[in-house]
Design a protein around this ligand. Structure first.
Ligand SMILES: Nc1ncnc2c1ncn2[C@@H]1O[C@H](COP(=O)(O)OP(=O)(O)OP(=O)(O)O)[C@@H](O)[C@H]1O
Ligand SMILES: Cc1cn([C@H]2C[C@H](O)[C@@H](COP(=O)(O)O)O2)c(=O)[nH]c1=O
Length: 204
């Protein structure tokens, strides 16, 4: 039987990556085989593209095409074969991120996004997307506290990140059966409780 495809999304600093491995382990304890991966990245070529995408300034359409090029490789090399073997795949970001960052944040024409999405994965959408949502200021504070070097996207102004957040919420509103909004302005423990309920429902 084909495995399930779960994606994590949210603005930078939302806290999603803190739960990816935890959810994978929770699913493994239920006897499932789980692949954890991320975008942009997930393959040798994808990780090279990630380095460029997170550091180099480029035209919006170049950025979008490179995101989808990395995704095409990722789907062909890792995601689709794993799902076909019956493994579950947890991916830290996928096409909803392109919708939110390049579309919402930078203003990419929606028709161009939809054309690329149809080209690259017409017959595949995540079975479940967990959208970590929280106010921008809380996410910023977490990034500052983590004291990490900011990448190209994290260096963007607050209004960019606010548009990204709104684009994610609109997409979740338009896809209620696939996307679940997680209240991420909460303790790690309480967020895990929300995820445990979701994990139980997807495994049953
Ligand atoms: N619920 C939480 N409460 C307080 N701090 C948190 C919480 N979740 C994560 N953090 C901290 O916030 C920082 C960002 O978390 P994390 O890297 O998981 O976010 P992210 O959404 O994956 O961010 P990015 O997409 O920018 O990599 C980390 O230092 C993490 O320890
Ligand atoms: C897949 C994807 C990602 N991005 C942006 C979003 C983040 O700022 C970075 C990825 O780094 P993180 O460790 O996951 O935070 O890339 C994007 O703009 N478009 C995309 O399609």
């Amino acid at each position: 039987m084909r495995g399930k495809f779960i994606t994590f999304e949210g603005i930078d600093g939302a806290g999603k990556s803190s739960h990816v491995e935890w959810l994978a382990e929770t699913l493994r304890q239920r006897g499932l085989s789980v692949l954890v991966t991320r975008e942009p990245g997930g393959t040798a070529l994808g990780e090279k593209l990630r380095e460029l995408l997170l550091s180099e300034a480029m035209h919006l359409e170049t950025e979008t095409l490179l995101m989808f090029a990395a995704r095409r490789e990722h789907l062909a090399q890792r995601i689709e074969p794993a799902l076909a073997r019956g493994e579950w795949v947890i991916c830290d970001r996928f096409s909803d991120a392109t919708w939110a960052y390049q579309g919402g944040g930078r203003g990419l024409d929606k028709a161009k996004f939809l054309a690329l999405e149809r080209w690259v994965h017409e017959h595949l959408q995540p079975d479940l997307t967990l959208l970590f949502d929280l106010p921008l200021e809380v996410a910023r504070e977490r990034i500052v506290l983590a004291n990490r070097v900011l990448d190209k996207f994290e260096q963007e102004r607050a209004d960019f990140h606010e548009r990204v957040r709104q684009a994610y919420l609109e997409r979740a509103h338009a896809n209620p059966s696939r996307m679940r909004v997680i209240g991420a302005d909460d303790s790690l423990e309480n967020i895990r409780k929300q995820l445990e309920v979701i994990a139980s429902s997807i495994c049953s």
